[in-house]
Design a protein around this ligand. Structure first.
Ligand SMILES: Cc1cc2nc3c(=O)[nH]c(=O)nc-3n(C[C@H](O)[C@H](O)[C@H](O)COP(=O)(O)OP(=O)(O)OC[C@H]3O[C@@H](n4cnc5c(N)ncnc54)[C@H](O)[C@@H]3O)c2cc1C
Length: 386
């Protein structure tokens, strides 16, 4: 029996699970187990909606996996013994594996800046987003500081401003929002934020979060009743603690086939992986995470059949950004994620973004039935990844 254990049932881990289930359904020699903290699938792409008080669909992982031979285990992964090929769950149960798929994602960095861990909210889990939603609902009036002017920060600021028009929303960060987009899409983003009443303060380095304020490097302090932290990337320490080779952010470094460079029986996928492409190391997105899940599944099946796995190649397609429920902007990109001239805005962009955000769950169901479809579902990147 080939025991395959998948850690994490987010976008990447679930893609790997359903693809593997589909590709091995006629084999009797494969046993697949997936471990996740929650039974409910976390639609991370929509956590800013949760945080602003909206209810999301209740998507249950065991229901998705019904009819497959994938065993779902609810639990918290506490350790990996790569020498003994075992994972520990909740410090009490152990599961053996022949191949491990590590897909535990990342979180915002709440450690680098003092006070963030104690006084700021994050969008790192549905639970955290719901806590923020409750505080926003009870605030009535006051200031919400959204720290981090990346796309998550911009989406969250827009969503909160639209759902809570009585609140003053300020978006703080080093870069201006939309800095990775082309000038037209960026300009559109700024106008939309201004229309929603979001105050943008760029070029500031946040040095401390206190109860009731955020301190920036020039000595100024910005009053804030609620702080949302979206900046930086923190990787769960499990990979490094297990001895997998990690980069300076803690992501596990992979070979071209997505196996750990130090432990080839461990595939690392999604945000938790540092994957080198021709244009550099990929940054974490759902757009790239799902293809890594398909590739890991395909590679494992190739290995079971005695073949070598192929290299993973990926090129970005777009950067879709919601601006509340009634507006959005979508920047189309080259495979290396640099912006093209083409972008969408307004209602067409709202439709596009909504299609992208709702696509993963039905895609999981399709991959379960037609796993071969997964191999055609992403851009390989042409000359950018050769
Ligand atoms: C508000 C927001 C908006 C975003 N919008 C976009 C977008 O528009 N487009 C895009 O491409 N990307 C977007 N992203 C990024 C995207 O969500 C991530 O890149 C994606 O979720 C990565 O998938 P993953 O499977 O690697 O990790 P995740 O989806 O984070 O899944 C990790 C899973 O592992 C589980 N887990 C973690 N640690 C443990 C443990 N120790 N034990 C058990 N289970 C554990 C978690 O509960 C989770 O289920 C957005 C992110 C946020 C926060």
């Amino acid at each position: 029996m080939n025991k395959i254990v998948i850690l994490g049932a987010g976008y990447a881990g679930l893609t790997a699970a359903v693809s593997l289930a589909g590709r091995t359904r006629r084999r009797e020699d494969v046993q697949i187990t997936i471990v996740n903290a929650e039974e409910r699938f976390t639609e991370r792409l929509r956590l800013h909606q949760t945080a602003s008080g909206q209810r999301l669909a209740d998507l249950r992982i065991p229901e998705l996996l019904a009819g497959t031979r994938v065993e779902f285990v609810r639990g918290w992964v506490t350790g990996i013994d790569v020498a003994g090929r075992r994972v520990r769950i909740d410090d009490e149960r152990e599961f053996e594996y022949d191949r491990l798929v590590y897909a535990l994602g990342t979180a915002a960095d709440t450690v680098a800046v003092p006070g963030v861990d104690e006084h700021a909210h994050t969008l790192d889990s549905a639970h955290n987003a719901e806590m923020l939603a409750r505080r926003l609902a009870s605030l009535g009036s006051g200031t919400v500081a959204v720290c981090g002017s990346g796309l998550t920060g911009a989406e969250a600021a827009a969503e909160i401003a639209e759902q809570h028009p009585g609140l003053d929303v300020v978006l703080l960060g080093k870069r201006e929002p939309g800095s990775t987009m082309g000038p037209k899409a960026r300009g559109y983003l700024h106008i939309a934020l201004a229309r929603l009443g979001v105050r943008v303060v760029s070029g500031v380095e946040i040095v401390k979060v206190r109860p009731g304020s955020v301190d920036v490097a020039d000595g100024a302090s910005i009053a804030a009743d609620i702080v949302l932290w979206t900046s930086g990337v923190r990787v769960p320490p499990l990979a490094a603690a297990a001895g997998l080779r990690v980069d300076d952010t803690g992501r596990a470094v992979t070979d071209p086939a997505l196996r750990s460079v130090s432990h080839p029986q461990v595939y690392v996928i999604g945000d938790a992986a540092a994957i080198q492409q021709g244009y550099g190391v990929m940054h974490g997105t759902c757009q790239s995470g799902m293809p890594t899940g398909v590739h890991a599944a395909t590679s494992i099946v190739r290995e079971l059949d005695g073949k070598q796995p192929r290299p993973f190649r990926f090129g970005y397609l777009h950067t879709p950004v919601s601006l509340g429920r009634r507006d959005a902007v979508v920047q189309f990109t080259r495979p290396d994620d640099s912006p093209k001239r083409l972008f969408l805005s307004g209602r067409t962009a709202v439709w596009y973004k909504e299609t992208v955000s709702s696509a993963p769950w039905p895609s999981f169901q399709r991959l379960k039935a037609f796993p071969a479809m997964g191999s055609f579902a992403w851009r390989r990147g042409g000359r950018f990844t050769r």
